[in-house]
Design a protein around this ligand. Structure first.
Ligand code: ADP
Ligand code: MG
Length: 662
């Protein structure tokens, strides 16, 4: 039994763990390791306090079930003693008469049912001897097994201060064996998990929670049970033991700040503080009366771990009623019969401390979670550790993970979201370009084929119609018809030329050009009606950029012409030249009719035009698109065609790298 602490006294129910780090935070000895986001109890480090089982809202921490062994005893025909911890009135408060509770235990099959409270009477008196002796060494109380494990594991230098007195449970087991014979099986029933690993002198330990299950399984209730009294020896005043200060109260002592030399500390924070200060020599003139829980009534083996004051009241009422008709003489006889027995025990070191890593290692880990200066140490406690340094140490020790740092993880997450958005945008734009390029490539091949085939017959038509026109007298009607044929044939040639231009996988001939002057020149080369004003603005500090002059002239003039055609009633055409991160940007906006939403997707498609036959070919923008791409640039368009959304108009934005390194 004494070795149980190394055999998973407390464990994680993995499916239930939701990685909130509450168990890490609440574990007084950091015996919880996070591996791949899952909390695992490290048995060697655990002191069995069971705090994690109490605080986990998901019930992901559980403790070893020892009822199967108890069933084996009950079925064995041997004599079994139920040693009931004095906290039972706080657990079974719904049973009005405690004698019914005893009857239920007997019905379950226990031969004897005894009160560990009598063991507490004995232990309290042993402590009193030490407290009353002014020359005695100061002690750290050892009756809470979690405290004893804590000292043995984490403060082995203080072992000599652990009171060499057995716990009430062990005292009671010794007394029972003395009174009823050695061939008994003893089962301690109480609120504590650490008790399961405390001593090999007791045969089994179950919690009140486990006992309740046994009652339920056997369908034993207070209604179908006859009352019965505890087997002697009957406990006295120390029945108040499970309440904080209970032990002291039972021997008329207190932690009175003026008169006494005892410091009482209970609960996971205070007991550690008390030991730390004791070790530092700050309170070595004081005895330490310590409990890992806020009194045994708050132990993890109770089915309801809250309501400390109600539980205290239940214990008080039980003790008060008990003492009303107390047979002091009978108690004295029992006491005298055992008072000279040996109630001592010794403790050995079981050092579980991990050496503190070097400052360099700690700094390295701190930096890996974004803590470069002291001001970065938020010490928010979200990871379960009190400080960032403690968390970093735990990471080095392999107990914790960097992801547990919430501020760091949130920042990482934000960055990932940003990156993801960026790549999404890039992907969407690449997808669109790809679609457009594919479309253009297909159209290009088709157009090139058609244009090539048409070129020869068209050449012949033009040549012969010109010859015929020249031969026909200038005033004849045939001359006029031939003139029309020549004109229309030339128009066809222009369209075919445009098609070839668009289809040709052109090479660009980049030349360093003053693009301000170049743009001005493009404006000069178009004919703008009077009612259209044109403005050219530039914020460029350096006007030079590499462009293919012929092709770029087509880009600008095509856009300018489109803009002018979109402003039949006049308006304003604005050309702006700006620079962004090494790129130059052409922004060409008009106050024209705009492009409707449904047409926005189509304007770069070859042959898409909204203009009347003979006016538009629908090849301008696809051509521009191809040229911009060949300049390794980007083209985008914003437009509003509905007056309800504000002034109408269109703006083309073209960005190209300024340099030649495409
Ligand atoms: P085209 O000018 O021969 O029609 P484009 O490819 O140059 O062919 O333009 C395609 C279509 O895009 C035009 O017919 C027109 O509907 C629309 N468009 C282009 N630029 C503008 C603009 N500045 N304002 C309004 N619509 C425009
Ligand atoms: Mg056009």
């Amino acid at each position: 039994m004494g070795n149980l602490i190394n055999n998973e006294l407390v464990y994680t129910v993995k499916d239930r763990c939701r990685v909130c780090y509450t168990c890490v935070r609440e574990c007084p000895v950091k015996a919880i390791k996070i591996v791949n986001g899952q909390a695992e109890v490290i048995s060697e480090r655990c002191i069995g306090c069971g705090n994690c089982t109490k605080v986990c809202s998901q019930k992901a921490k559980s403790f070893i079930d020892t009822t199967p062994q108890v069933y084996d005893y009950l079925n064995s025909g041997e004599k079994i003693v139920a040693c009931v911890a004095p906290s039972f009135p706080a657990e079974f408060s719904e049973i009005e008469d405690y004698k019914l509770f005893i009857g239920m235990l007997r019905k379950l099959g226990f031969t004897y049912v005894v009160e560990v409270g009598f063991g507490a009477d004995i232990v309290a008196k042993e402590y009193k001897k030490t407290i009353d002796d002014p020359n005695s060494k100061k002690f750290i109380s050892s009756d809470c097994p979690a405290i004893a494990y804590y000292v043995r594991h984490y403060h082995p230098e203080l072992i000599e201060y652990l009171a060499p007195i057995v716990s009430p449970m062990v005292a009671m087991v010794r007394i029972i064996k003395h009174k009823y014979g050695k061939d008994l099986k003893t089962v301690f029933i109480g609120p504590c998990i650490a008790k399961k690993a405390e001593s090999s002198e007791v045969d089994q330990v179950i919690t009140f929670a486990e006992l309740r299950n046994m009652f339920n399984n056997a369908n034993i209730t207070s209604d179908n049970t006859t009352p019965s009294e505890f087997d002697p020896p009957i406990a006295g005043k120390a029945s108040i033991f499970p309440v904080t200060r209970g032990k002291l109260h039972s021997i008329n002592k207190s932690d009175d700040i003026c008169d006494e030399n005892i410091i009482v500390a209970s609960g996971r924070i205070h007991f550690r503080e008390a030991i730390k200060e004791f070790e530092e020599g700050l309170n070595k003139s004081q005895h330490l009366e310590l409990l890992c829980c806020e009194g045994c009534i708050m132990g993890p083996g109770m089915t309801n771990s809250n309501k400390i004051f109600t539980k205290t009241t239940h214990i008080r009422n039980y003790v008060r009623n008990k003492l009303l008709n107390f047979d002091t003489a009978a108690w004295k006889i029992e006491y005298d019969a055992v008072k000279d027995m040996d109630f001592s025990q010794t403790f050995s070191s079981a050092d579980r401390r991990i050496p503190i890593p070097s400052p360099e290692k700690i700094t390295q880990v701190l930096e890996s979670i974004g803590k470069f200066n002291l001001s970065d140490h938020l010490n928010c406690g979200a990871c379960g550790y009190d400080t960032c340094i403690e968390h970093a140490i735990a990471i080095v020790e392999g107990l914790a993970e960097t992801e547990m740092c919430l501020p760091y993880t949130i920042e990482k997450l934000h960055n990932s979201v940003k990156d993801l958005n960026l790549s999404n945008e890039k992907l969407a734009s690449a997808q669109q370009s790809l679609k457009q390029s594919e479309k253009l490539a297909t159209m290009g091949q088709l157009s090139a084929g058609i244009a090539h085939e048409l070129n020869n017959p068209l050449g012949i038509i033009t040549m012969y119609s010109n010859i015929l026109k020249d031969e026909a007298p200038a005033d004849s009607p045939v001359h006029k018809d031939l003139e029309l044929i020549v004109e229309q044939a030339n128009r066809c040639k222009k369209i075919v030329g445009g098609l070839l231009n668009f289809a040709r996988k052109n090479q660009v001939n980049l030349i360093e050009t003053d693009i301000f002057k170049f743009t001005q020149h493009s404006i000069d080369s178009i004919i703008a009606p009077e009612n259209v004003t044109i403005e050219l603005k530039s914020t460029l500090t350096n006007p030079y950029a590499y462009i293919d002059n012929d092709q770029w002239m087509q880009v600008l003039t095509n856009i300018e012409k489109n803009a002018i055609e979109a402003m039949p009633n006049g308006g304003k055409l604005t050309l702006e030249l700006n620079e962004t991160n090494g790129d130059v940007e052409f922004c060409i906006g008009d106050t024209g009719v705009g492009i409707s939403k449904e047409n926005m997707d189509k304007i770069f498609t070859p042959f898409f035009t909204t203009k009347p036959i003979g006016k538009g070919t629908g090849l301008g923008l696809p051509l521009i698109y191809g040229i911009v791409k060949m300049h390794n640039g980007q083209i985008s368009v914003d437009s509003n065609a509905g007056e309800e959304a504000g002034p109408t108009g269109t703006a083309f934005r073209i960005k190209i790298p300024r340099t030649k390194n495409l």
